[in-house]
Write a protein that binds this ligand. Structure first.
Ligand SMILES: Cc1ncc(COP(=O)(O)O)c(C=O)c1O
Length: 390
């Protein structure tokens, strides 16, 4: 691995040295006081992230519990749905990308699921969601930041729809939480889920979720998979433990990563993510490239990852040569997922990137385009991005 390797995939993201070092401490039992201290530290800092992710840093929750599960966010998404719907339950899933679709597929296993579907990259029509949600709806699932398309979805508006119908609202904040705004009470969120390896900038393997006090009485742990019984997880969390063996090194890493977020403070962190994603967009637009997602009055560009249409000469069968040219420069970016393969590329600014790393990402992508014969003005792109950075 090159010294200067730069990971710009939308997770896992680069992990700070202190976070990596936390994993190499001597092993302890997950039932020891040492581990309980790690859990408590992680939980305390995660409470801060879930509750204070606003530009002002004000709290947006009247109460809830942060939990960590041994398993990535897909497990957290499943746990949330499975604990909230019993036999004959009804779920409405908003789908405008791969992760909205994943939520619907999970819900299919536990409930009658209605999909409110849009083309990937198209904004959500909130009226269409309102038409699908009714008094019979138990749960509405929603992805905040659709990683497959770079679109920031209207969590607040859909939350209002769910609230009007007295449905529970489960939000996948996997690529927003820790990097962008989240308002638990204002947006009517009952359960919010994220992954360690995204904007929390920890290694992959754990998910974190916030369960509001208000939704707790509706959880039915016995209806869920044994490993995902949230009543049990909540009981054990009171004593800073997990029901089963905790992935001790990963908990240590997450505690350290979350402590670093608190040190930066969510207001500064949100501002930095917004600035860096604006820089990526400005740089690529200046090179004549186009953003992939479509916007409307409620949908915005993601503040944590940028999805750009591949231009002629680097699209379809030509995409592999472009990606190889990026890789050869020691930078890793992502292509499109599923049917978007060969159509778009995606770069992340989640976690702890510096301005220099953002500029290097733009320069590298520009140079890779030139290498495969796409005529872009690399210097102009870098200059436009620099103007967006403090
Ligand atoms: C928005 C979103 N939701 C859910 C997931 C699922 O995460 P995992 O594969 O880590 O379980 C991802 C992963 O990229 C994601 O971006």
């Amino acid at each position: 691995m090159r010294e200067d390797f730069l990971l710009l995939n939308p997770g896992p993201v680069p992990v700070a040295r202190e976070v990596r070092e936390a994993m190499s401490e001597p092993m302890v039992s997950h039932r020891s006081a040492e581990f309980e201290a790690v859990y408590e530290r992680a939980q305390d800092h995660l409470d801060y992230v879930f509750e204070h992710s606003t530009p002002s840093g004000d709290s947006t929750s009247s109460g809830g519990t942060s939990l960590m599960l041994n398993g990535t966010a897909t497990m957290g998404m499943e746990a949330a749905v499975a604990n909230l719907v019993g036999d004959g339950g009804e779920v409405v899933s908003v789908v405008n990308g791969k992760f909205g679709r994943r939520f619907a597929r999970i819900a299919d296993r536990y409930a009658d699921t209605t999909r409110v579907e849009f083309d990937w990259g198209e904004p959500v029509d909130v009226d269409a969601v309102a038409d699908a949600v009714g008094p019979e709806t138990d749960v509405v699932t929603m992805v905040h930041n659709e990683t497959s398309t770079g679109l920031l979805n209207p969590v607040e508006d859909v939350g209002e729809v769910a609230g009007d119908a007295d449905a529970r609202y489960v939000v996948d904040g996997v690529t927003s939480i820790g990097g962008d705004e989240l308002r638990i009470d204002d947006w009517g969120v009952d359960v919010a889920i994220t992954d360690a390896q995204k904007a929390l900038a920890a290694p992959p393997g754990l998910s974190a979720m916030y369960v509001t006090d208000d939704v707790k009485p509706d959880l039915d742990g016995e209806a869920a998979p044994f490993y995902e019984d949230l009543d049990w997880h909540l009981r054990k969390a009171d004593s800073h433990q997990t029901p089963f063996t905790s992935a001790v090194p990963l908990f240590r890493a997450l505690a350290e990563a979350a402590a670093r977020i608190r040190e930066e403070g969510m207001p500064d962190r949100i501002a930095r993510h917004r600035e860096q994603s604006a820089a990526f967009r400005a740089g690529f637009h200046e090179m004549g490239l186009e953003s992939f997602p479509e916007l409307n009055e409620t949908a915005e560009y993601s503040n944590t990852l940028t999805a750009i249409r591949l231009p002629a000469g680097a699209r379809g069968d030509d995409a592999a040569a472009f990606m190889d040219a990026v890789n050869a420069r020691g930078v890793s970016i992502s292509g499109g997922q599923a049917h978007l393969g060969g159509d778009i590329f995606r770069v992340s600014n989640m976690g702890q990137l510096t301005s220099q790393q953002v500029l290097r990402g733009i320069r590298t992508v520009g140079e890779a385009f030139r290498e495969v014969g796409v005529d872009v003005d690399v210097q102009a792109g870098v200059a436009a991005a620099r103007d967006e950075l403090r």
